[in-house]
Ligand binder design. Structure first.
Ligand SMILES: [Zn+2]
Length: 296
């Protein structure tokens, strides 16, 4: 799918957050859904395999979200995703054409249909609009701690915060979601891509055998229990590239999903990326372009 469609979806989410008057985090998608006169309900227990739904019916459209994980971040993303289907151009029409009912799968799954990807990007933009997250990201500690702060402030999952932070950060950072010995997907900040040639991790790539992540994943209970590990690595441990700076490798198990989040970053590399250095809006816009589609 074209990058620009996903960028548009992210920006549409940001615009809704702005238009609804949110001036600080967290953005509350439930409040927005109610203001838009949607009827909102929690998913009934018998409805399996979907994270939410949007059903066009009288007198009001029905938005169903998942509360089964008892996790506010998951709920917020679920509501925001369905709001995306309601607000994004052509989504209501597509849903109407297929019978007026849309059932969604959990966020940021690979190989999802285009309207699912667009709704995920809308949700990320809505819950973490650039005008509310830029300052927080630049003032937070580089790495996992900054991701935790964004997740806490925006009331989103650590994975959603990690992806958005990599998209928006001006310092070099790469977030990798892995399972077992393989990469599921990775997102790199623009400046991380500039650390060397060919900075790209395809889906299914093997984790470097000696990496902190590979050793962490070798013990399934590390992942399930949400343990953390920290190590050091070199850029070339992960990428077939020309340069080889030292990086911190921070790892956290994502619990029952069986996935692991790895954050590659470095305080030392980040000092070159002073957020006050240029205040040109146009340049900022350029450097903050959403890149959800990359690295899939
Ligand atoms: Zn959906």
């Amino acid at each position: 799918m074209a990058d620009f469609r996903l960028q548009m979806a992210t920006q549409a989410g940001e615009k809704v957050a702005r238009d609804e008057g949110f001036t600080s985090l967290p953005v509350k998608p439930l409040i927005i859904a109610e203001r838009k006169e949607l009827h909102v309900e929690k998913k009934p227990p018998g409805m399996k395999g979907v994270s939410g739904a949007l059903i066009f019916m009288e007198p009001k459209p029905l938005l169903i979200y998942s509360s089964e994980h008892q996790n506010v971040g998951f709920e917020n993303f679920s509501i925001a995703h369905e709001l995306g289907h309601y607000c994004l151009p052509n989504h209501p029409e597509q849903i109407m054409q297929s019978g007026g009912q849309h059932f969604s799968k959990a966020g940021f799954s690979e190989g999802a249909r285009s309207i699912e990807l667009e709704a995920d990007h809308f949700a990320a933009g809505l819950l973490m609009p650039d005008f509310l997250v830029r300052k927080l990201i630049e003032e937070s500690e580089v790495g996992l701690q900054g991701i935790r702060e964004l997740a806490g402030s925006a009331e989103v999952s650590i994975t959603a915060a990690a992806i958005r932070l990599a998209q928006c950060a001006r310092f070099p950072i790469c977030v990798i979601v892995s399972e077992g010995t393989a990469v599921r997907y990775a997102f790199r900040s623009e400046s991380f891509k500039d650390l060397g040639e060919n900075i790209y991790l395809p889906k299914g790539a093997r984790l470097p055998r000696s990496s902190t992540t590979a050793r962490f994943n070798a013990l399934a209970s590390n992942v399930a229990a949400g343990r953390q590990a920290t190590g050091e690595c070199r850029l070339r441990d992960w990428f077939d590239t020309d340069r080889n700076p030292a990086l911190d490798e921070q790892v956290i198990g994502l619990g029952s999903y069986g996935f692991t989040l790895t954050v590659l970053s470095s305080d030392k590399l980040s000092v070159d990326f002073d957020p006050d250095e240029d205040d040109e809006d146009a340049t900022l816009e350029e450097s903050w372009k959403p890149k959800f589609a990359r690295g899939r």
